[in-house]
Design a protein around this ligand. Structure first.
Ligand code: AMP
Ligand code: GLY
Length: 420
């Protein structure tokens, strides 16, 4: 079959890598893609937020199946446009994707089905929000309702910090995303991510992972999109995963279906774990980046079969199997990230690294220039390996990192510390 993947990050490189290994895949196109993706698939350039344009591209290229990587096209209704045109699609409708696009929507969804999450209140005006913060005290969490590129959440350790966040949000710092604000109880515990596929009715867990959000070793410095990840996440034991499935994800999926807006695609549930219980922190309507890289490394070619079963609403007859092993990915970023950084520096040493089913350098922000690979974004490479133990996966990944010659880049040296 002819397959189109939308996106350009390490997540989409990992999806393309897994899909390409499946004999069902005849032709693979990624839009817009990046320099690493271009080594294994065709890349195409058009506006992936324009549903009509995506449909037109699919018709011109006889595309049989579309996999939507990032949240922006989902929120823009691209999956709706594709389904309306009769094109098989992996990714939720804009209405269902509100589980990521609106924090208030998700809190209300959890209320409706009794899913455990932090207590909260919603505000569209600053003064009542300030009064609520003063009444609740710190620590407390202030969130812009809409998509804010991962920056719309302030975990305030003091009341002053929370009040300042209210001023910023209602002052327009997050644009329309901050027109409504959710204020939440601070949840203590350890975070882990749980990934599940759903076809609207059936739910199939496909793995667990942990991310490293802070830029520097020891979880110091500002938040980023993620500096590394590993799978499985030992903190998310089978019993806790089962609890999260039965108490959180299944009830939410059933409630969305009951409302006539069934969710189809991957659900990324961010969980907070404390004293043997899991509560929902947030949902994302897509694979995590870089969590997808470690999931794909463990799932391999069957990822395509699972995504197809999801889109064809036959997930009840699908099964996810994976080796009892571990995968770990180290993000290499441009110096200065997540602040300002330069583009265009040359990355050496990649050609000498063998790429196998158990070690891969997935590209995120890269471009090809004059026969070389150059940095073209903040997060640039995802150096990924698997091993029988997490320590072995980590050692393999860092051995690859050390073979890469890129003085203008950096990485954390402690990915996996929590589990090791
Ligand atoms: P979100 O975008 O909702 O995932 O929030 C980003 C990050 O903020 C999460 O991954 C948590 O680390 C933190 N966070 C969000 N909500 C809470 C909460 N209620 N209590 C503690 N930490 C939170
Ligand atoms: N790595 C976090 C995310 O994809 O949202």
């Amino acid at each position: 079959m002819n397959i189109l993947i939308l996106g350009s990050g390490g997540r989409e490189h990992a999806l393309a890598w897994a899909v390409k290994q499946n004999p069902k895949c005849d032709r693979l196109i990624v839009a817009p893609g990046n320099a690493g993706i271009a080594m294994i698939a065709e890349c195409a350039s058009f506006d992936i937020l324009d549903g009509a344009r995506v449909v037109e591209f699919c018709e011109e290229n006889a595309i049989d199946f579309v996999i939507v990587g990032p949240e922006a096209p989902l929120a823009a209704g691209v999956a709706d446009a594709l389904r309306a045109a009769g094109i098989l699609t992996f990714g939720p409708s804009a209405k269902a994707a509100q589980i990521e696009a609106s924090k208030a929507f998700t809190k209300e969804l959890c209320d409706a089905c009794g899913a455990p999450t932090a207590a909260y209140a919603r505000f569209t005006e600053a003064e009542p929000a300030r009064a609520y913060i003063r009444a609740q005290g710190a620590p407390i969490v202030v969130k812009a309702d809409g998509l804010a590129a991962g920056k719309g959440v302030i975990v305030a350790m003091s009341e002053d910090e929370a009040l300042a966040a209210i001023d910023d949000m209602f002052g327009g710092e997050f644009g329309a995303a901050g027109a409504e604000v959710v204020i939440e109880e601070f949840m203590d515990g350890e975070e882990a991510s749980f990934f599940l596929l759903t076809d609207g009715t059936h739910v199939l867990p496909i793995g667990t992972a942990q991310d490293h959000k802070r830029v520097f070793d020891g979880d110091k410095g500002p938040n980023t999109g993620g500096m590394g990840a590993y799978s499985p996440a030992p903190v998310l034991t089978d019993a806790l995963a089962q609890q999260a499935l039965e108490q959180i994800v299944r009830p939410c999926v059933a409630e969305l279906a009951r409302r006539g807006t069934p969710y189809q695609g991957v659900i990324y549930a961010g969980l907070m774990i404390k004293d043997g219980h899991a509560r929902l922190v947030e949902y994302n309507a897509r694979f995590g980046d870089p969590e997808c890289q470690v999931l794909m490394m463990r799932l391999g070619a069957q990822a395509l079969d699972l995504m197809l079963a999801c889109a064809e609403e036959r997930l009840d007859r699908a099964q996810a199997t994976w080796a009892d092993d571990h995968a770990l990915t180290v993000v290499m970023a441009a110096n200065g990230y997540p602040g300002s950084y330069a583009k265009g520096s040359v990355i050496g040493g990649l050609d000498a690294l063998p790429e196998t089913s158990s070690q891969m350098v997935f590209h995120a922000g890269t471009a090809a220039k004059d026969g070389a690979i150059v940095a073209n974004g903040g997060r640039v490479l995802n150096v990924t390996a698997r091993g029988e133990t997490l320590a072995e996966a980590r050692d393999r990944a860092y051995a690859m990192v050390d073979a890469i010659d890129w003085p203008e880049g950096f990485c954390r040296r402690d990915i996996g510390w929590r589990a090791l």
